[in-house]
Design a protein around this ligand. Structure first.
Ligand code: FPP
Length: 245
């Protein structure tokens, strides 16, 4: 079956996830299997990013979050960290016109201020230039960790309570969510993780409470549009109960 046929089946079925989050894993293993340096895996991973963003746009998904760089990733060898960062910024710069053309709105969640000023500027420019776009919202979780996001929210709420802006009784799930980096984004309906690992890895801990999980053995650089459609098809055929019967 062609990708176009698969896409039509998915669109006809309806019940598409509004927000898909992806833990893009397996770039290193993909490279090792080929006797290549790890960075070759990340470079191939960028190509997957491009095709999945396009496919998400074609399906008219509302939100796509990509776990691009975790705060724990800083502990990788310096050369690898800087290679990933360079790839990310080169790609943002290169694809900006494409994002504008395809009505994609780029946003970033994470500790963006810790990135180097030059890189922050490239990202800010892309965010600024696409902020009026009304199509897919592409959220890059960048220098992100779920626990630090929650701690950061707790600190901000505590400050607001001390300043008398909020009372502790007013703190409910909606208010708490509004203090997270993901403020304004709906919780992901569906989380895809590539390369077979059955872990959340400190990703969107608050937001994934009722998210449907999907793990595929496929390594991120090999993750095709067909694999993406198959994952979505699996989601469409699940029953979500949100703790009810
Ligand atoms: C996980 O594979 C991948 C990363 C930590 C980096 C992902 C980043 C990119 C693909 C660049 C993103 C670019 C844009 C434009 C969003 P791994 O290295 O953990 O693989 P392994 O577990 O096999 O070692």
């Amino acid at each position: 079956m062609s990708n176009e046929d698969l896409r039509n089946i998915i669109l006809k079925k309806g019940n598409l996830p509004r927000h898909i989050a992806i833990i893009m894993d397996g770039n290193g293993r993909w490279a090792r299997k080929r006797g290549l340096p790890r960075i070759a895996g990340h470079r191939a991973g960028v190509k997957t990013v491009k095709r999945i963003v396009e496919a998400a746009g074609e399906l008219k998904l509302s939100f796509l979050t990509l776990f691009t760089f975790s705060t724990d990733n800083w502990q990788r060898p310096k050369e690898e960290v800087s290679a990933i960062m360079n790839l990310l910024y080169e790609t943002t710069k290169r694809e900006l016109i494409e994002l504008e053309k395809n009505n994609v709105k780029l946003i970033a969640t994470g500790i963006i201020d810790e990135l180097s000023p030059k890189r922050r500027e490239i990202l800010k420019k892309a965010i600024e230039r696409t902020k009026r776009n009304t199509g897919l919202v592409l959220n890059l979780a960048l220098n992100y960790s779920g626990r630090s996001e929650i701690l950061n929210a707790v600190k901000k709420i505590s400050r607001d309570v001390s300043a008398g802006l909020v009372t502790s009784e007013e703190i409910d799930e909606d208010l708490f969510s509004s203090y997270l980096y993901s403020k304004g984004l709906p919780d992901p309906d569906f989380l895809i993780r590539t390369s077979g690992e059955m872990r959340i890895s400190n990703f969107m801990l608050w937001q994934t409470s009722y998210t449907e999980l999907y793990v595929t053995e496929v390594l991120w650089p090999d993750f095709s549009v067909e694999d993406f459609y198959q994952a979505i098809w699996a989601f469409q055929n699940r029953q979500r109960r949100f703790g009810k019967i």
